[in-house]
Ligand binder design. Structure first.
Ligand SMILES: Nc1nc2c(ncn2[C@@H]2O[C@H](COP(=O)(O)OP(=O)(O)O)[C@@H](O)[C@H]2O)c(=O)[nH]1
Ligand SMILES: Nc1ncnc2c1ncn2[C@@H]1O[C@H](COP(=O)(O)OP(=O)(O)O)[C@@H](O)[C@H]1O
Length: 219
């Protein structure tokens, strides 16, 4: 991925792809919104989906809502960085905005499932940091799906019955966060991002920076 100025401490850094996955209802959307609000230099990847829009969702902000024909066209034209079928609907990451964001000095946040995470990892292992969010219990998960009040009982039943299968992929992720309360889970996710931004191998400007320091010391 493109090199760029990470700017938070003036040392040039390669952008990273920060992935959050979880069973539906565990809190990815909530944590993603907080991250985007509170972490400068991080931009959300807005996926394309064929699923119907929920009340309160905005086309172009939450998803690009497209029909099946348009989705197939995006796949055919190689416009998607990854894509998968989830709950009988198609979901995919438009490639161009991600590449533009990374080369403009932004990290990119993805709310995608395990299938998409595997595809990103295959393409750019070094640049992907993945976090799996777990609910504290099955009862909490079900309660959250109900309190969100955006899906029918039938859809919620479907999501609950898929949760165990989705959770089986937890061990493929770099970090695991249990979302008991939002403040603590957010603090944990934020710490992960902050630490990953400081990783030596991402910080392409360090050699120059250290050489300059040595020059000052020796000069
Ligand atoms: N692979 C992939 N998965 C996605 C993408 N966008 C959303 N998803 C996943 O699709 C699943 C369903 O998302 P959604 O219908 O919004 O329900 P949610 O689980 O309540 O957020 C979630 O696991 C998302 O992480 C995408 O672009 N690619
Ligand atoms: N720690 C938490 N405690 C209680 N409710 C939560 C917590 N995190 C998220 N929620 C609520 O649970 C519901 C599902 O969260 P959401 O972020 O939409 O999950 P996801 O994107 O993983 O499907 C929302 O109504 C959200 O406000």
């Amino acid at each position: 991925m493109a090199a760029h100025d990470g700017s938070f401490d003036g040392v040039e850094r390669r952008g990273l792809m920060f992935v959050l996955s979880s069973p539906s209802g565990a809190g990815k959307t909530t944590l993603s919104r907080l991250l985007i609000e509170r972490m400068p230099g991080l931009q959300m990847s807005v996926s394309a989906t064929t699923r119907p829009m929920r009340p309160g969702e905005v086309d172009g902000r939450d998803y690009h809502f497209v029909d099946r024909a348009r989705f197939e066209e995006m796949v055919k034209r190689n416009e998607l960085l990854e894509w998968a079928t989830v709950f009988d609907n198609r979901y995919g990451t438009p490639r161009a905005p991600v590449e533009a964001a990374l080369s403009a000095g932004q990290d990119v946040l993805f709310d995608i499932d395990w299938q998409g995470t595997q595809q990103l990892r295959e393409k750019a292992r070094q640049d992907v940091v993945s976090v799996f969010i777990l609910p504290p219990s099955a009862a909490d998960l079900e309660k959250r799906l109900h309190t969100r009040a955006q899906d029918s009982d039938e859809v919620i039943r479907g999501r609950m019955s898929r949760a165990s299968h989705e959770m089986s992929h937890w061990a493929e992720y770099d970090y695991i966060v249990i979302n008991r309360n939002v403040d603590d889970a957010f603090a944990e996710v934020q710490s992960i991002l902050k630490a990953e931004r400081l990783k030596r191998e991402r910080r392409t400007g360090l050699t120059t920076f250290v050489r300059e320091l040595q020059g000052q010391l020796e000069g």
